[in-house]
Write a protein that binds this ligand. Sequence first.
Ligand code: NAD
Length: 357
Amino acid sequence: MEFNIALLKGDGIGPEIVDSAVAVLEKTAVKFGHKFNFTPYLIGGCAIDSTGLPLPQETVDGCLASDSVLLGAVGGPKWDDQPGDKRPEKALLGIRSALGLFTNLRPATLYPALRAASPLKDEIVGDGFDIMIVRELTGGIYFGDRGYREGNYGREAYDTEAYSVTEIERIGRVAFDTAMKRNKRVTSIDKANVLESSRLWRKTMHALAEEYPEVEYSDMFVDNAAMQLVRNPRQFDVIVTSNMFGDILSDEASQITGSIGMLASASLGASSRGMYEPIHGSAPDIAGQNKANPIATILSGAMMLRYSFGLAKEAEAIERAVDKVLNDGWRTADLIGTGSGAPLTCTEMTEKILGAL
Ligand code: NAD
């Protein structure tokens, strides 16, 4: 098969880690007889430097014309003084909305080989965990009505959480379909004991659950979920939740894996085109030093193969190669302490993964 992939390398360590992922995708293509065509576009600080805008129209058009998008990271101290709408990070919201990406898939996986990286006790993490957080990305309080008004105590600010049945069903379906490809369990997280929008969320999820009799469904209040993630993370398979709850819980879930340089993510919409990126930022403190861990971006590439191109075997081959390298004890500097020997550079880690592939 042949696919066109837009590359948004961005700033800081972005170019280093995207180059690593491209090398792994290219080798995968050769191994399985596919052809991937890569076209780079500017985004973030580097785009501001050369065009004055964090998200040039050419980038949007290029992404829309491609089969999928691989993003590194944007931002850095050089652009911190830019006004709000000219900040590199603004480009992320812009490209997600231009591509109609309403779902964020964030796996939080603790590899057995990296158990020591988790801040949780051994008896809690056992031999690791594998959670998929499905977060609604374009609705809820981040996009609701907001403003200032006169209240009982004078001038007040307000934000509004609103969800329609259509939006809830749309994200719910992604969660149930994802669970069907995994361990067939969905936990929907809300605050239905307090919020009307959560009561509609819960009612809609229950109706949807009837369509997926093979999936074991449960509800959980968000405050309890925050506790359960650190008390017993292994109880979760797929978590589905609203934009704001997902924002908070997915950061908590990534923290308990202990390794920000390992975690991939996918943003998906109605078409098969998605945007795939590591969850970490541009790490300006180590940019240009060949120290970055490329694994989160490499695994984002694997997610692209699975979710946008339907190439599950190919995605698994990449994931197995990463597993093997970690099990063999190889580590980049951010993971040192969980393996042995001197840390590998970004390019050395990439070479190890290519070798294992
Ligand atoms: P960060 O994720 O860039 O870095 C946090 C810490 O983790 C740093 O010590 C960094 O060296 C380390 N780190 C991150 N990724 C790593 C990797 N692959 N390998 C090894 N170490 C890694 O977060 P920050 O420092 O808060 O933000 C830096 C810049 O990135 C800011 O401008 C921020 O706005 C931007 N940012 C961008 C995105 C994105 O593009 N999606 C996300 C978050 C932050």
